[in-house]
Design a protein around this ligand. Sequence first.
Ligand SMILES: Nc1ncnc2c1ncn2[C@@H]1O[C@H](COP(=O)(O)OP(=O)(O)OP(=O)(O)O)[C@@H](O)[C@H]1O
Ligand SMILES: [Mg+2]
Length: 346
Amino acid sequence: MSKEPLLKLEGLAKHFPIRSGLLGRQVGTVKAVDEVDLDIAAGTTLGLVGESGCGKTTLGRCIVRAHDPTGGRMLYRRPDGSVIDVAGLKEKELKPYRAEVRMIFQDPHSSLNPRKTLREIIGEPMRVHQVGTKEEIDARVGELLERVGLRPEYADRYPHAFSGGQRQRVGIARALALSPRLVVADEAVSALDVSVRAQILNLLMDLQEESDLGFLFVSHDLGIIEHVADVVAVMYLGRVVEQGPTEELYTRPLHPYTEALLSAVPDPDPAAKRHRERIKLLGDIADPAHVPAGCPFNPRCVYARDECRTERPPLREVQGRRVACHFAEELDLRGVPDPDVREVTA
Ligand SMILES: Nc1ncnc2c1ncn2[C@@H]1O[C@H](COP(=O)(O)OP(=O)(O)OP(=O)(O)O)[C@@H](O)[C@H]1O
Ligand SMILES: [Mg+2]
């Protein structure tokens, strides 16, 4: 397994203007993604968590260049080992990258063209990138449908004939059509029921093993992330506030926001549950158009002190992990019990 990052984000930003009035004057800025540094290695899964609106989808869309980043670099290691900055590439230079880095979109209703059959939808990336003859593309569509647990005979039906979970699987088949090197999976299995979810997760993990595939796995479900991710990044208001190996981050969080998220993870052990209390988040839900001064999390942080209201903590290395909290060393935060302990006691 190669340890060199497949994709390295440096200071990645995506800001949206807020416009108002007849003239559409800019009255503010939504910093949906702000100065994000992240690495994704081949053959590994980076889990991205954080509450609704924190910028997960925007980050994913920047990675596949469905959005043009406002700033920062996206260093991509090509199959020949050379590294290019895809943040600055022009549309026509992006074609090879677009074949190698694919996204499974969050909303299968709006991302599948209702006027196209599954054969056209799944085969489209292969046609666009001129991979294979018509017969080869048809054969590949059948194979992909089977891999995601759908019948090959469905190929000539239209998306409306399918349930939400089935449509999500069509989106997965489409993302896999070109045998990508990196896949951004945005809530790819959140809408699926437990048995189909397990089947899809197993499929994605098999593909990862077979072809050293890298994943950015976005989910608000910390249970799924714990299951699939090697490394987890926690996002808050467009920034990464904590990042580290999954088990360490889950059992010993260093950022108060991570602790708050983890306190909502259901505990399979009813005895333990009595000892774990839900951690309350103070104040209003965060708004990326009005990022608070100092630490962006301070209005909702139960540990906040004066310094937190005035000085923004940088993302820095603590105990081999990265965290953006002034007091990461002294706070003794609570995570979820070690998975081995949970299994024994469950
Ligand atoms: N095209 C856009 N124009 C303006 N603002 C946008 C646009 N896309 C996203 N935003 C804003 O950027 C912020 C981040 O949105 P994003 O969709 O990335 O969040 P998310 O973390 O994926 O949330 P969820 O968990 O609900 O999917 C939100 O405040 C959103 O309103
Ligand atoms: Mg989203």
